[in-house]
Design a protein around this ligand. Structure first.
Ligand SMILES: [Zn+2]
Ligand SMILES: [Zn+2]
Ligand SMILES: [Zn+2]
Length: 438
């Protein structure tokens, strides 16, 4: 009998009864082929690999992260609560030492869900990693956490939620936003005033292969993680960089994903995208499981794998080297960059338009972050969305480690804000784990 070097927990939830449409690429078969494959390969005969049933994320879990309009009940369908709950279960296994590592193979995904939620974007409604991370902090103390997003799409929702939080280092590598949804994730997006340098994007050209991904990991991601020293590392494990994925243009392999996971050595992996449901997902998910369990994965290979067909062009190799150097220099100089950017400023404002492609909603948002010397700063969001009628919200988020002044200012602003100008006024107090709405 093979024995796992690391005890591994698997949470599996295919959401049988939920899909955007029956033939949509994000459907239950994404996980069913994986299940068949891992059963066939005898994964559950390996000593030390165990399955766990997902729990249900609660309304409170969601409110720690999101402002759902008009409320959680109306916008979050139950499969999403189970998917986020699956991630929470995976985290519990690790936090309570039942397992060394865990992998939540769940759907629907979550990394395109921003702080404000009017509906579905990029097949995501709530951010399952963020819901998990805030649940961990609430139950096991304020951990320093790194989230490494290896999905082919920019993890724009996770970026938005942790934009101003230096206790959460967010690193995303993805296909360049000029060539793929959601069109963001550039090197210049480097974090809010309280966390400049703690949001790292590595845009990669279409056609990037194994060589490029592993170069980024070895020469940029691992050195940064070594300096940051997180208490926990989480992998947003999107499998859509595969050369057979129908909605992206990358050339990564199952073997490459297993190596990447092995080197990154995450405590928890949470499945995100991946739409080549027969040709890629079963092999990648199996490779990641073996890598996490510390079992030999060198035999993992897709039946149609031909290394010559997916070889990375030399120009791409050169380009990636330059991008990595540029980002590493910025990381090293983040304190100077921050001082220069914030000099003499009291508030930092961002105006954004966020398109909910799945639901056809356009949101206009103004985000104001207070520049505070004692804490990461209060966040004030004014937003409206058009879908027939007009919906508008005013939302205040008090950060987890806010100073007393910022807490008081948050409550004052909530009290003062009238409900005539806005359909909903929200207050998210992360210090006291409270949520208010009027
Ligand atoms: Zn990504
Ligand atoms: Zn994706
Ligand atoms: Zn403050």
């Amino acid at each position: 009998m093979i024995e796992a070097k690391n005890k591994l927990g698997i949470v599996f939830f295919p959401a049988f009864d939920w899909a955007i449409t029956p033939s949509h690429p994000e459907r239950e078969e994404r996980l069913l082929y994986t299940m068949d494959q891992i059963r066939e390969e005898g994964i559950f005969d390996i000593k030390g690999i165990k399955t766990y049933n997902p729990e249900l994320a609660t309304e409170k879990d969601i409110q720690r992260v999101h402002f759902c309009y008009p409320d959680v009940k109306s916008v979050v369908p139950q499969p999403h609560l189970i998917s986020a709950g699956g991630a929470i279960t995976a985290a519990k296994c690790v936090m309570e030492n039942q397992t060394d590592k865990s992998f939540a193979i769940v759907r629907p995904p979550g990394h395109h869900a921003h702080r404000v939620v009017y509906g579905d974007r990029g097949f995501c409604i709530i951010n399952i990693e963020a819901v998990m991370v805030e649940n961990i902090r609430q139950h096991y103390g304020n951990k320093k956490i790194a989230i490494v997003d290896t999905d082919c799409h920019h993890g724009d929702g996770t970026q938005d939620i942790y934009w101003n939080d230096d206790q959460t280092l967010f690193i995303s590598f993805h296909q360049d936003g000029r060539t793929l949804f959601p069109g963001t994730g550039f090197v210049e997006e480097f974090g809010g005033p309280g966390a400049i340098g703690y949001n790292i994007n590595i845009p990669l050209p279409p056609g990037t292969g194994e060589q490029g991904f592993l170069y980024v990991l070895d020469n940029l991601v691992l050195p940064i993680l070594e300096e940051y020293k997180p208490d926990l590392t989480i992998n947003s494990a999107g499998q859509d960089n595969h050369y057979t994925d129908p909605i992206t243009n990358m050339n990564f392999t199952a073997q490459g994903y297993a190596k990447l996971n092995d080197k990154l050595d995450p405590d928890i992996a949470v499945l995100e995208g991946g739409y080549s449901i027969e040709g890629a997902l079963p092999y990648i998910n199996l490779g990641i499981m073996l890598a996490m369990a510390g079992v030999d994965y060198s035999g993992i290979k897709e039946p149609d794998y031909h290394p010559d067909k997916i070889k990375q062009a030399p120009e791409i190799t050169e380009y990636i080297k330059r991008v990595c150097e540029q980002i590493y220099v910025a990381w090293k100089n983040k304190d100077q960059i921050s001082q220069k950017a914030l000099k003499g400023r009291q508030w930092v404002t961002r105006q954004r338009q966020i398109y909910y492609d799945t639901d056809g909603i356009m949101e206009h948002q103004t985000e104001n972050i207070k520049v505070c010397k004692k804490c990461p700063g209060l966040i004030i969001i004014k937003s409206n969305a058009s879908r027939g009628g007009k919906d508008s919200i005013f939302a205040i988020s008090i950060p987890r480690n806010a100073c007393n002044q910022c807490i008081d200012e948050g409550y004052r602003k909530y009290k003062k804000q009238s409900t005539i100008r806005y359909n909903k006024v929200f207050l998210q107090d992360k210090v006291n784990d409270l949520f208010k709405a009027k």
